[in-house]
Design a binder for this molecule. Structure first.
Ligand code: F6P
Length: 344
């Protein structure tokens, strides 16, 4: 059998570990492997499917990014998109596909399965917002980046008695902000799930000053809602192929920082961590679970399964329908949000 591998959506540290795992297990079981370049774009445009060999996946375990390239191309938005994808895969001699991605990529994967093409996914997104699974490739590394940034920002914030606003990724779910903020000792964490007003932020900062705390660290997810700032931030509506507004252009961190300084008079600085959170070498957890789930995906394909995805649940690998992980956005629960408020 020839197994195809594709990485789609935003890149994440650990994608190469997954590609290596899929390929190595497939070779071990006597199968051939092809890499589709640049996500679903590689199935729509011609000539973007290449043979992968043991040599082409050697040495990639610690590398960030993806050797296959990625894109946000969405075949569901193209005329006859799924039919064209299947044609391209068949033309490339591919019998079954392992797409590695988040909700967008895996929605296309589910459609491919529905259309009859054998497909088994692998969960990836630094946003950590897929349903059911307790692990998504890239999230652990992103949390590590935020934690290190907060450690560094603490010392300079303290030296200058400043407010530091740190904008992190997280469109609809605030997992990176919440876990990074908890690990890095943020004083206030603003996430899309729970609205906080500018008035509350300002009151919080005054209270801290009143208690003799001369600096504050605020972590804000790019998709967080601060009602008083909505009018300012709503203008930037550039969207990708999956219809998502490019939140980095919304600039919630900058807006919040400017408004906080104006309202309080406290010197305030903003740091936007942006794509630093997605770059560089994967953490051991991302490498290990990308490896476990990549191997599991191939074993499912070889066993003739389709429309499913291996995930982490209760600390082990379990297999669930692809449709289950994309059916809703997994959000930060109230309990964790309340936990973060203990440290305000
Ligand atoms: O991968 C998901 C994500 O990290 C979102 O949190 C963020 O809004 C988006 O990617 C930005 O990605 P890009 O700049 O590649 O479009």
């Amino acid at each position: 059998m020839r197994i195809g591998i594709l990485t789609g959506g935003g890149d994440a540290p650990g994608l190469n570990a997954a590609i290596r795992a899929v390929a190595r297990r497939a070779f071990q079981l006597g199968h051939r492997v092809s890499g589709v370049q640049n996500g679903w774009a590689g199935c729509i445009e011609e000539g973007l499917i290449d043979e992968l060999t043991p040599a082409s996946v050697r040495g990639i375990l610690p590398l960030g990014g993806t050797i296959l390239g990625t894109s946000r191309t969405n075949p569901l938005k193209e005329k006859d998109g799924i039919t064209r994808v299947i044609q391209a895969l068949k033309h490339g001699g591919i019998d079954a596909l392992v797409p590695i991605g988040g909700d967008d990529t895996l929605s296309v994967a589910a459609a491919l399965h529905e259309a009859g093409f054998p497909t088994v996914g692998v969960p990836k997104t630094i946003d950590n917002d897929l349903s059911v699974t307790e692990f998504c490739i890239g999230f652990d590394t992103a949390v590590g980046v935020v934690t290190e940034a907060l450690d560094r920002l603490h010392t300079t914030a303290s030296a200058h008695h400043r407010v530091m606003v740190v904008e992190v990724m997280g469109r609809d779910a605030g997992w990176v902000a919440m876990m990074g903020g908890l690990a890095g000792g943020a004083d206030l964490i603003l996430i899309p799930e729970f609205e906080v007003t500018l008035r509350e932020v300002v009151a919080h900062l005054y209270r801290r000053r009143g208690e003799g705390k001369l600096f504050s660290i605020i972590v804000v997810a790019e998709g967080a809602k601060v009602p008083e700032l909505e009018a300012d931030g709503g203008g930037q509506a550039e969207k990708d192929a999956f219809g998502h507004v490019r939140l980095s252009k919304r600039g919630i961190g900058d807006l919040l920082s400017g408004n906080v300084e104006r309202e309080t008079g406290f010197e305030t600085r903003v740091t936007v961590l942006g794509h630093l959170q997605r770059g560089g070498s994967p953490s051991p957890t991302d490498r290990i679970w990308a490896t476990r789930l990549g191997v599991a995906a191939v074993e499912l394909i070889v066993a003739g399964k389709s429309g499913v995805i291996p995930i982490r649940r209760n600390g082990g690998v379990e297999v669930v329908p692809l449709a289950d992980v994309v059916k809703e956005t997994r959000r930060v629960p109230k309990e964790l949000y309340e936990l973060s408020r203990v440290f305000e």
